[in-house]
Write a protein that binds this ligand. Structure first.
Ligand SMILES: *Cc1c(COP(=O)(O)O)cnc(C)c1O
Length: 530
């Protein structure tokens, strides 16, 4: 066993030339090689040993099963081990630093989990009579209050289930406001550095997306915006802008942008995914924002990744508040009321419809409010300050070796590098990211934002200690020097030590294999293989 530069033992493996036995089981130490459940569960096995039912009539009308449904049978401990082993192949914020830029992979405090499991929250059902869940309504209302105060906005639509869903909600409110005013503008402006969900949202609503160029410093080009606004005057529905933007930079002209957009009879949608950089420091409502989604699963620590439930409430300005979707909570003299239908609305309320079947992600609401209340407003502000400090600590620790596309100016909560430091090394951004996996790090966000060549976007969040950041910086420095020394093998074949080597990600995305087929059936005939 050898040591790396920080004195940590490296894992034995191909990379260091140490003896690496081919094991009989395919397992590697206590890392199990896990087959698909179909490959080891057998149709004949079942964890239940009840006798075959005798003479019991099926009561499913004509819907009687004709053949086996083909689900693998397993005993309970086997089924449990299968999923636990799979989960161990899953890198998570609970296993290590997760510097995925734009995603705010922060620690999920266990207190939040405990609160979400309280029977009064964990066991309620969306079809339960509203009168039996006043506490749940109060919690939603309290969370809405925290969101409106921290953003200084007039209303909040709680039900959207993710950031992208929130974008759709906000833009639908904007569309409804235009319709109510008898306007039908066709264009949404989106800066070049935007997250892909922004133009996708606009396109989904039938808008034409017009891109706005960035200046050399990575922020929106105000002159280009002015020119575009003039060119399409009267036909602009709004702008979708992220602040701080996806280059990790604060848009200093944001108020001028808001004024320009409002003067064009259009609305300002702010993508709030990067809110973690400014909580307690700047309020979107003061910046002229009309609608902004908040990713509770980013800024407010509710778990995310793996497609798990997110939550993307949308705060709305006074002008858009009347169009907030159903359902919403209304304060009355006799307490809180849940407004679920148009017939229950009152003068001035013109909901554009609804986004979800029920009321949103209750479990996430509990976690987010638990996070907010346990931090307090001062703690939330400090979390943002620490997130920005940590990103800048990494920036300063790496800027002499890696390349900053916009110069050595302070960043917000994430730091963006480009690939010019890899020029002539034969190592690409992708290779570099894969080598990080061998070192035990989830890669940073790669090739996004698109405005930067070979982008590497690093967001440590406030959860990481200084020691963790120092080790990360030292590891990154070791990798960069290795690339510069021409040790291309360390990169081009990486990852060497992951359960799977480098995958064909394009084929995986374009031709996903979503259905298991029995090996015999899948076997290619010799003729076809030739
Ligand atoms: C994460 C993110 C989104 C989308 O949020 P989801 O919750 O993943 O749908 C939108 N914009 C930006 C900038 C993001 O980082």
């Amino acid at each position: 066993m050898s040591m790396n530069t920080q004195g940590r033992p490296t894992r034995p493996g191909e990379a260091d030339g140490a003896f690496h036995p081919k094991t009989f089981t395919g397992n590697s130490g206590l890392d199990m090689e896990e087959p698909l459940i179909f490959e080891f569960g057998s149709l004949e096995t079942t964890g239940v040993d009840l006798d075959e039912d005798d003479g019991v009539e099926f009561e499913l009308g004509g819907h009687r099963r004709q053949a086996e449904i083909g689900l693998p049978g397993l005993a309970e401990p086997e089924a449990m081990r299968h999923y636990v082993r799979l989960s161990r192949n899953n890198y998570a914020i609970d296993s290590g630093l997760y510097p995925l830029g734009s995603c705010t992979m922060k620690h999920n405090p266990r207190l939040n989990e405990k609160m979400a499991r309280l029977p009064g929250f964990g066991d309620i059902h969306p079809l339960q009579p509203v009168s039996s869940v006043p506490g749940a309504l109060e919690l939603i209302d309290e969370l809405a209050h925290w969101l409106m105060v921290s953003t200084h906005m007039s209303a909040v639509a709680m039900s959207p289930k993710a950031g992208a869903h929130g974008e759709l909600c906000g833009m639908m409110a904007i569309k409804a406001a235009h319709t109510a005013a008898g306007r039908d503008p066709k264009i949404v402006l989106v800066p070049e550095s935007a997250h892909g969900t922004n133009p996708a949202t606009a396109a989904l609503l039938g808008y034409k997306v017009v891109s706005i160029a960035a200046k050399d410093d990575g922020t929106v080009d105000l002159d280009a915006l002015k020119a575009t606004a003039e060119e399409h005057t009267g036909n602009i529905a709004g702008i979708m802008l992220t602040n701080p933007n996806t280059c990790g930079l604060f848009e200093r002209d944001i108020k001028l942008i808001a004024d320009l957009i409002h003067a064009a009879d259009a609305y300002f949608y702010c993508d709030g995914a990067n809110f973690n950089a400014i909580v307690g420091k700047a309020r979107p409502g003061d910046l002229g924002v009309d609608a902004m989604h908040i990713n509770l699963h980013k800024t407010f620590s509710t778990p995310h990744g793996g497609g798990g439930p997110g939550s993307g409430p949308v705060v709305l300005s006074e002008r858009l508040a009347p169009f907030a979707p159903l359902p919403f909570i209304r304060k009355t003299q006799s307490g809180l009321e849940l407004v679920e239908t148009t017939s229950a609305t009152t003068e001035g309320e013109q909901p554009f419809g609804r986004m979800t079947a029920f009321h949103g992600q209750m479990g996430m609401y509990v976690r987010a409010l638990s996070y907010m209340m346990s931090h307090g407003s001062d703690g939330l502000k400090q979390a943002s300050e620490d997130a920005v400090l940590n990103a800048n600590y990494i920036r300063v620790g790496l800027q002499d070796l890696m390349s900053l596309p916009f110069g050595e100016r302070p960043c917000m909560h994430e730091v963006l590098f480009d690939d010019s430091f890899l020029k002539d090394t034969g190592v690409t951004t992708l290779d570099f990211a894969k080598a990080m996996i061998d070192e035990g790090y989830h890669p940073m966000t790669m090739y996004f934002p698109l405005v930067v060549h070979g982008a590497m976007l690093i967001e440590p969040t406030e959860s990481e200690s200084r020691a963790a950041l120092d080790l990360f910086i030292a590891t990154m420095r070791d990798l960069v020097m290795s690339a510069k020394r021409g040790e291309t093998d360390r990169f081009s074949g990486a990852p060497y030590l992951a359960p799977r080597r480098r995958l064909d990600e394009t084929a995986a995305a374009r031709k996903p294999v979503l259905k298991w087929t029995e090996p015999e059936a899948a076997e290619v005939s010799p003729a076809a293989a030739e």
